[in-house]
Ligand binder design. Structure first.
Ligand code: FAD
Length: 409
């Protein structure tokens, strides 16, 4: 009997899983059902080189389209799964209520943008940024010297600001919290990025909440909590994402802030797996459950789930890492800084564009934010994986060799 593996969602996690499953020896059918119309593509360039026009969709495909055919992976684009019927082991799609049977099912539905709950949020010219369609709409409105107002000073908002600025737009960022990147980095990093955007000509307003959008004479008026009205030719909202857990939830699977999985990415139903941005999983290194929004995590979990289905189990045990590109800055983050109580800076954060911020909880290293410092990033990945301790004095002295900061235990 030929077995069927069905994957819901065709992006980083879904595409990697399909390839890894086939490469690992699965002989049965593999079907990806993805609601987007493009072949799976790299999502990070959407706010970077795809938005800036340097790359087209063909340049950012995860894999050539022919590879799916060659690997005997059937890929159904533009089709959405409406529900999972666990009793009959099938999924039902929006395409004439197609029923597709599975032996193994993988939920790789990722996340969707959080909508801004203010009057006028549906105004024409207010955009979000999650998929290629979103960016194509934004790109059609990019005109030098026009004014873009970005709501949200997280990574997506700031990357978008940089890309639009590069194309000659006037850019204003409005952030509700006291500082940009507040949710993810230390004040030192927020100040650094604020300085850089200032140098590049982006205006940033902090502790300002957008309360209403109004279209007046082709312009969008953004009313705010501080009484100031900003006027833009377009608005881009980047205020976070929500995991697409509804299919799993209505199928009765255990969900929290994501679909709950074990160390093999199996959900509460052992025939169903959940991977990538949608998964709520335990991290051994940080000893807590997490939901990560990162490509490395989506790729790693895809491989873990494929190994398990191919009966070569390997437990998930990965160090989270991320990156963000803005202007000439490559930020690489290893680990999670949440809960830190001490930060060590190596390099010139005040005036320069290359430094590393090491986050500690007491004497334990938690994470690094490395800006244009790939060596420090690689070093920290190694130290965190090995659980080594570092001498903070040596670390903070840029003229001393990084490796000499490792303490003998
Ligand atoms: P997603 O990429 O969200 O894909 C899920 C797919 O499932 C989507 O195509 C969705 O349409 C589809 N889907 C959902 N529900 C259904 C359904 N019912 N039926 C069929 N299909 C469905 N990460 C980094 O590490 N570094 C970066 O620099 C970075 N930059 C980013 C920039 C932007 C603009 C964005 C939006 C994200 C960025 N990320 C970055 C995050 C990264 O892209 C995600 O972590 C990654 O895409 C997660 O992959 P995924 O496959 O789990 O989910």
């Amino acid at each position: 009997m030929i077995r069927n593996c069905v994957i819901i969602g065709g992006s980083h996690a879904g595409s990697q899983f399909a390839i890894s499953l086939r490469q690992g020896g699965w002989l049965g059918n593999i079907t990806i059902i993805g609601e987007e119309r493009d072949y799976p593509y790299h999502r990070p360039p959407l706010s970077k080189t795809f938005l800036s026009g340097e790359k087209k969709i063909e340049d950012i495909l995860l894999r050539p389209a022919e590879l799916y055919e060659k690997s005997r992976i059937s890929i159904r684009l533009g089709e959405r799964v409406k529900s999972i019927d666990r009793a009959n082991k099938s999924v039902i799609t929006n395409n004439n209520n197609n029923i597709i049977n599975y032996d193994k099912l993988v939920i790789a539905t990722g996340a969707r943008v959080r909508k801004i709950p203010v009057p006028g949020s549906e105004t024409e010219g207010v955009y979000y940024l999650r998929n290629s369609d979103d960016v194509n709409k934004i790109k059609s409105r990019v005109i030098a010297n026009d004014h873009a107002v970005i709501i949200g000073g997280g990574y997506i908002g700031l990357e978008t600001a940089a890309s639009l600025r590069k194309q000659g737009m006037k850019v204003t960022v409005i952030e509700a919290m006291a500082r940009v990147l507040q949710r993810v980095t230390a004040p030192e990093l927020s100040n650094f990025y604020k300085r850089i955007h200032d140098e590049e000509g982006v205006e940033i307003f902090e502790e300002v909440i957008a309360t209403e959008f109004k279209k007046i004479d082709k312009k969008i008026h953004i009313l705010t909590s501080c009484g100031k009205t900003f006027i833009g030719d377009m608005v881009i909202v980047g205020i976070g994402v929500i995991p697409n857990i509804e299919l799993a939830e209505s199928a009765g699977l255990a969900v929290k802030n994501g679909v709950e999985v074990n160390q093999f990415c199996q959900t509460s139903d052992p025939e169903i797996y959940a991977i990538g941005d949608v998964s709520w999983h335990y991290n051994e290194i940080y000893e807590r459950f997490l939901r990560l929004e990162s490509v490395p995590n989506a790729t790693e979990q895809a491989k873990i789930a494929a190994l398990h289905i191919n009966e070569k189990p390997k437990a998930y045990n990965s160090l989270p890492w991320f990156w963000s590109d803005q202007y000439d800055l490559k930020l690489q983050i290893a680990g999670l800084s949440e809960g830190y109580n001490h930060i060590v800076i190596r390099g010139d954060i005040e005036k320069g564009r290359s430094f590393s911020a090491f986050y500690f909880k007491d004497n334990n290293l938690l994470a690094v934010d490395a800006v244009n410092s790939p060596r420090e990033f690689m070093f920290t990945k190694m130290v965190l994986t090995k659980g080594q301790k570092l001498n903070k004095e040596i670390l903070s002295n840029n003229s001393l060799d990084l490796k000499s900061a490792i303490m003998n235990q």
